[in-house]
Design a protein around this ligand. Structure first.
Ligand SMILES: Nc1ncnc2c1ncn2[C@@H]1O[C@H](COP(=O)(O)OP(=O)(O)OP(=O)(O)O)[C@@H](O)[C@H]1O
Ligand SMILES: [Mg+2]
Length: 1012
């Protein structure tokens, strides 16, 4: 243990204020000397109450007393200590008042306020301790609001004590100096509800541990000997719960004794034993009968006298130990005894000795001692029952994830049934709780409760903070310091990074191996996933250490890390460190001269990382990072314009229309009067209209507007993208390609890598459909694959295009292999829309390979996925492909029905889909022998063909028309259409479909393909 008092610290503290009601009148009525005497006794009454519960009286302000709990080290249960202390103090003031009423005819009445929260504690040697923070004011205001004899506690305190004390809410208080009403609770009793609390869920997991306990019990009965099972585990991990389950499964005739070690108190050494004796009730006389008189009197001395827990008057430690042994022996002669010692980490050494004595010296009787303790027991008593053959140590670790999921679901169901819960989505809440609670059932209970009561943004429950904080306070200064710096680095850290934060000029670098090894022994850290790395064993510990580190230090360390990372190739977390440095500097030193530069640096880093996420198609992360960057980027900064475009892109890709438009509004607000920004935003609005299909976009007027500003590269770049969109919708792939190339030139002159990559991807995707020859497009694919390297999300569209092009050129095997790779990537990365694109091209490839049933199935799957994602237009295209596969399999009626349905479906069809539908309907009619209808549709298709420049689609449609003519015996027209089809394919270099047309020509009239 140590007192971490050498430098100002951020701590979780509990502050108590007690004051006299009506002290002014008292002063008026009493002689000053008498008043002083009365006040001394009042201070004495309060102080004794506080000190007995482990509090420290900080100062006297008039007649008010301010006390703190949790300083210099927290004990994990400071809140309940404070509540009991206040209760005792007020009770003593009441007793004093009664006494003074008799003797002096005066009454004293005190009121009290208790608040918990973060504060900065300054404890310099020789100087007054100073506690600074809102918690202090709140406690004082709560005290003023309390009426005579009343104790009001704040929200955190109520939360921490409500399982151990009874509190009731009072209407929110309007407190002086507080902007919003403060929630408060009145203390009713420092004792819990008498009703034993039922376990909210069945026992989850722990089957092996439970079996070990039962096995020990069976051995005890079989061998008639004393065995000891020690359960070690972190607070809340489930030691007591496991013991309850074990006790519940014991045979009726077992005598069960339970005793708890209180965490503090005077004369509580033997409290667990007095509890055990107390629980014997009517069985005490028969148990005592065979015992020696001295033992009986020693035990009586424990239970009687000065109240429970006082050591027996006169009886020495040895005598008591002997007496307890005699009692156990006497009980065990009648049947097996199970004695549970709870919370042994708080036991006095004397009691630990007594239990070890019991284990060693009990004669041959069936007694099982179950000792539950937190891991500190191993610090206090490293060799606890160590060398005994009949001793078992069980360490309870965290529950596994499936166990936690069941636990949280069960807890949630329990709460939902009690109707206290409003609408919260279990699917949202449960994973959050499971992720956040580190396998600790108590933490899961507390977190779920907090989330249900406080909603999404609930902070870490104070009870968890207090428990973890107490654990951290037991560390030595060196270890704590390392842990604080490590927590600033993150959940995973390396010694190298730690050295970076030790080079901040504040302190010299100490040796790190020793403290790291000690932290490992305390199970606070463990080796991390990568060689040489470490990680916190519990996320919550990391979060608590971080929260308890002074912001000024955090700011300096984050900045040191950022500066270090700036010079590195790998800049992971750079934006995070800069942002944190900026936030904390802003919070604690808003006048820091370096702040503006730091803010801008952080903004740019966030935007850079957000853009990168946007590339990767990690859209939620992209939006979050970019918007955080926007928060930090100063108004008027030209960076707001491209930033808005990117947020707009991310919103668009997510289908989040409001966010996309809001991004443009924000840019206009942050860059008022900026003409170029206004133009870019206008272009973007047209892009959004086109992509969301809200209205036909109008690029014309914008082009005219931009003609006056040829140097506005960004607006031009985006205008070209808008034009490409319009071309695409109308089936002009060549024109779209030209527009994208123009855009690319603008992006290059802007030096904007984001725009360049985006346009190159677009060009690559277009390459399947555009007139650009396959050879050239495959070269583009190769360039892009090299450029996008390891970024699989960017690589997927390239692979898709490459797969299709390879198939068109005749290499089905290579195409399938490339698409299989793309398929793996989209599955790994959960890219749902890209997955539909992979399936689509797989369908096209299988169709080219002549596997029409497989292709049909693929198109159906892809269409369903697109419909589920609300992408009706692309889904219709895939459904048209599906109908084509039916036709190719000769399933005429089904194809006819599918085409009729698709033709009747209103709106949303692209020009290319429309054309394909017409050609396929012509094919159906021709096969039905309806040659006139077929000819009319073929003519319509030919007419529309002029508008479309996708060579393969043109080839497909012309081949279909050739079939229609051939079926009707119009050989010349058929040959003409087939010839045109072949030329279209040849221009693209699409050897495989051309080959198919040739085969069909050779097969003569009426030849159908068959499924291979
Ligand atoms: N395996 C489990 N299945 C279901 N609930 C559990 C399980 N383990 C613990 N809990 C619940 O979690 C909470 C904390 O458990 P418990 O009181 O047993 O912890 P503990 O290890 O005894 O902690 P402490 O060190 O503070 O005494 C309790 O509400 C308990 O019912
Ligand atoms: Mg317990």
């Amino acid at each position: 243990m140590n007192s971490r008092a050498s430098r100002p610290a951020r701590r979780h503290v509990v502050v108590v204020f007690i004051d006299l009601v009506g002290s002014t009148e008292l002063a008026e009525r009493l002689d000053p000397e008498l008043l002083r005497h009365v006040l001394d006794r009042y201070y004495q009454a309060c102080t004794s109450g506080i000190v007995e519960h482990g509090g420290v009286v900080e100062k006297y302000i008039g007649d008010a007393i301010m006390a703190t709990f949790g300083i210099p080290i927290s004990k994990g249960d400071d809140a309940i200590r404070a509540v009991r202390a206040a209760h005792d103090a007020l009770a003593r003031v009441r007793d004093l008042s009664d006494a003074l009423g008799h003797t002096h005819g005066i009454r004293l009445d005190a009121h009290c306020g208790i608040s918990a929260g973060e504060a900065v504690v300054i404890d310099l040697p020789g100087a007054d301790l100073r506690v600074i923070g809102d918690t202090v004011n709140t406690a004082s205001r709560l005290q003023s609001a309390a009426s005579g004899g009343e104790i009001l506690v704040g929200e955190d305190v109520a939360r921490m004590v409500r399982s151990q004390a009874r509190v009731e809410p009072v209407p929110p208080l309007r407190l002086k100096g507080k902007s919003s009403p403060v929630r408060a609770w009145r203390l009713l009793s420092p004792e819990p509800d008498a009703r034993p609390r039922e376990d909210p869920t069945p026992l989850i997991g722990r089957a092996a541990e439970l079996e070990r306990l039962h096995e020990a019990h069976r051995r005890v009965v079989r061998e008639r000997r004393c065995h000891v099972v020690t359960l070690l585990g972190a607070p809340g991990i489930g030691k007591s719960r496991l013991v309850r389950e074990f006790l519940g499964g014991l045979p009726e005739e077992t005598t069960v004794l339970t005793g708890r070690c209180p965490s503090y108190g005077v004369g509580v050494t033997y409290r667990p034993i007095t509890e055990m004796i107390g629980s014997l009730n009517g069985r005490w006389p028969s148990a005592a009968a065979p015992m020696e008189a001295a033992s009986v009197s020693a035990l009586r001395g424990l239970t009687a006298g000065a109240g429970p827990g006082r050591s027996g008057d006169g009886a020495g430690v040895e005598e008591i130990s002997r007496a307890v042994r005699a009692l156990f022996e006497s009980l065990a002669r009648r049947g097996p005894v199970v004695a549970v010692w709870e919370d042994l980490q708080w036991a006095e050494t004397t009691l630990l000795d007594l239990i070890e004595d019991l284990a060693a010296w009990l004669p041959d009787v069936p007694v099982l001692l179950v000792c539950a303790a937190r891991p500190e027991l191993a610090d206090i008593r490293p060799a606890w029952c160590g060398d005994r053959e009949c001793a078992v140590h069980l360490e309870l670790g965290p529950l596994d994830r499936p166990g936690m999921e069941r636990l949280v679901a069960a807890l949630y169901t329990g709460r939902a049934a009690s109707a206290e819960v409003v609408a919260h989505r279990v699917d949202d809440l449960c994973p959050r709780v499971v992720d956040g609670s580190d396998g600790n059932p108590l933490f899961a209970e507390l977190m779920l409760e907090m989330l249900l009561e406080e909603g999404e943004d609930a902070p870490l429950p104070p009870t968890i903070q207090a428990l973890l904080g107490a654990r951290l306070d037991r560390l030595g200064d060196g270890e704590r310091d390392v842990l604080e710096r490590a927590a600033t680095i993150g959940h995973v850290f390396t010694a190298d990074r730690l050295r970076v934060v030790f080079h901040d000029g504040e302190e010299r670098r100490p040796g790190l191996d020793e403290p790291l090894a000690r932290l490992g022994r305390h199970r606070l850290i463990q080796h991390g996933p990568a060689p040489g790395s470490y990680q916190f064993t519990q996320t919550l510990t990391r979060d608590t250490v971080y929260a308890m580190t002074r912001k000024e230090l955090r700011a300096a360390w984050h900045l040191a890390l950022a500066d270090h990372l700036s010079g590195q190739a790998e800049q992971d977390d750079l934006a995070h460190h800069l942002e944190a440095a900026c936030r904390f500097t802003r919070e604690v030193r808003p006048d820091d001269p370096g702040l503006p530069a730091l803010t801008e640096r952080a903004a740019r880093a966030l935007i850079g990382e957000g853009t990168h996420a946007l590339h990767r198609k990690d859209l939620p992360a992209a939006i979050a990072l970019l918007e955080r960057g926007r928060e930090l980027l100063p108004p008027g900064d030209a960076g707001h314009r491209p930033l808005a475009v990117r947020i707009c892109d991310a919103g668009l890709a997510r289908g989040d229309r409001d966010r996309a438009f809001a991004a443009l509004d924000a840019a206009e607000r942050l860059l008022p009067g900026d003409r170029r920004n206004a133009t870019t935003c206008a272009v973007q609005r047209e892009i959004l209209a086109a992509r969301f299909g809200t209205r036909p976009p109008e690029p014309g007027p914008l082009r005219e507007l931009l003609a006056a500003d040829p140097g506005d590269d960004l607006s031009w770049c985006r205008l070209h993208q808008l034009e490409a969109l319009v071309d695409l919708d109308e089936g002009r792939f060549g024109a779209a390609e030209t527009a994208l190339r123009d855009g690319l030139a603008r992006a290059a002159s802007l030096g904007d890598g984001y725009e360049e990559n985006r346009l190159l991807s677009g060009l690559c995707e277009l390459a399947q459909w555009s007139p650009t020859p396959i050879g050239e497009s495959l070269a583009l694919c190769a360039d892009l694959a090299a450029r996008f390297g390891g970024d699989r999300a960017l690589l997927v569209p390239v692979l898709i295009t490459r797969g299709r092009l390879l198939a068109l050129s005749g290499d089905i095997t290579a195409a399938r292999a490339v698409l299989a790779t793309a398929d793996r990537h989209v599955r790994d990365l959960h890219l749902d829309l890209a997955a539909a694109a992979v399936v689509q091209v797989q369908g096209l490839v299988e169709s080219l390979a002549g596997r029409h049933a497989t292709a049909e199935e693929l198109f159906r799957r892809g269409a369903a996925a697109l419909r589920a994602a609300g992408q009706v237009g692309p889904a219709l295209t895939l459904e048209a492909y599906e109908a084509r596969e039916l036709l190719r399999q000769g399933r005429l009626p089904e194809a006819g029905r599918a085409l009729a349905r698709l033709t009747a479906e209103p709106g949303g069809r692209h020009a290319r889909t429309e054309l394909l539908l017409i050609a396929l309907r012509a094919g159906v009619e021709a096969r039905r022998g309806e040659h006139r209808a077929a000819a009319a549709l073929a003519a319509l298709a030919l007419e529309r063909l002029g508008l479309i420049d996708d060579p393969c689609l043109r080839g497909d449609v012309l081949a279909e028309i050739a079939d229609v003519h051939r079926a009707a015996g119009r050989t010349a027209e058929s040959a003409d259409a087939a010839g045109r089809a072949l030329r279209a394919y040849a221009a693209k270099g699409a050897a495989l479909p051309a080959e198919r047309v040739r085969v069909r020509l050779a097969a003569g009239p009426g030849g159908e393909e068959v499924e291979r």
